[in-house]
Write a protein that binds this ligand. Structure first.
Ligand code: C5P
Length: 238
């Protein structure tokens, strides 16, 4: 089975991203391409990564009116990546439109549609003070997950701490994709709701997204392998 650990390629240019993968022998590992890289390089970086056999999560977090998201998803579906995403905060109609666009544009297997619940960089205070959202963060993330499922999403991006309650409410097949993953001793950076790879697995994450714990490590290959080791042998790690 393919390792469900997506390496976040948060690099300024395609050249740097591809060079990093080659230099550290991260051959055919699943990768996540986000806004930074895609806005610079566009579809050719996806073609190149596919040619190098990397499974791809294209993390563009679409959030617009339903018609615009549907057309955008129709175009993105043609890139034939494994996972695409939207913000659940765009609402049910927007997510239904996203799914329709994907079905219309897919040339091969339909990419999985994943909805971002609350960013893992957000904490309770940000949600209540800035967004004036009176519900507790975990309860709100759960509400967004249930709404996403009803709208046809295949799963959500959530904090590892919310994965188990989302699974319990939405069923075992509804995917939980969790960023905010840190190896012991790694810098927390701007993330707030974090977990280790083993902790995330125990909390029922299906896929991990990990960036700086690997890309900023002194030995990225070793760090990536450590993530896999902790994911596989989760009972024996914190
Ligand atoms: O470096 P780090 O491991 O924090 O990277 C996490 C990656 O996951 C980043 O590319 C970020 O954009 C992405 N992400 C996130 N929180 C979400 C959705 C995506 O951190 N809710």
């Amino acid at each position: 089975m393919q390792t469900p650990i997506y390496l976040a390629l948060d690099f300024p240019t395609g050249e740097e991203a591809l060079h990093f993968l080659v230099r550290h022998s991260l051959t055919e590992v699943p990768v996540k391409v986000g806004m930074e890289l895609f806005y610079r390089e566009g579809p050719p970086i996806i073609h190149q990564l596919k040619e190098n056999n990397h499974p791809i999560f294209l993390d563009l977090k679409l959030h617009d009116i339903p018609n615009t998201v549907k057309s955008a998803m129709r175009n993105l579906a043609g890139l034939d990546v494994d996972i695409l995403n939207v913000h659940a905060l765009g609402g049910a109609k927007m997510m239904e439109a996203a799914k329709e666009g994907l079905l219309q544009g897919a040339t091969n297997t339909v990419p999985k549609l994943i909805a971002v619940t609350m960013l893992t960089s957000m904490d309770e205070d940000t949600v209540q003070t800035d967004l004036k959202q009176p519900m507790e963060l975990a309860a709100y993330a759960l509400h967004l997950a249930e709404m996403s499922k009803a709208a046809g999403a295949d799963g959500v991006v959530c904090s590892p701490h919310e994965a188990a309650s989302i699974k319990a409410a939405c069923g075992p097949d509804f995917l939980t994709v969790t960023p905010g993953i840190r190896l012991a001793g790694s810098d927390q950076n701007d993330q707030h709701r974090i977990a280790t790879p083993a902790g995330a697995r125990r909390m029922q994450a299906d896929y991990l997204v990990i960036g700086r714990s690997v890309t900023a490590a002194s030995n990225p290959k070793q760090a990536y392998e450590q993530v896999i080791e902790e994911w596989n042998d989760y009972d024996n790690y914190n």
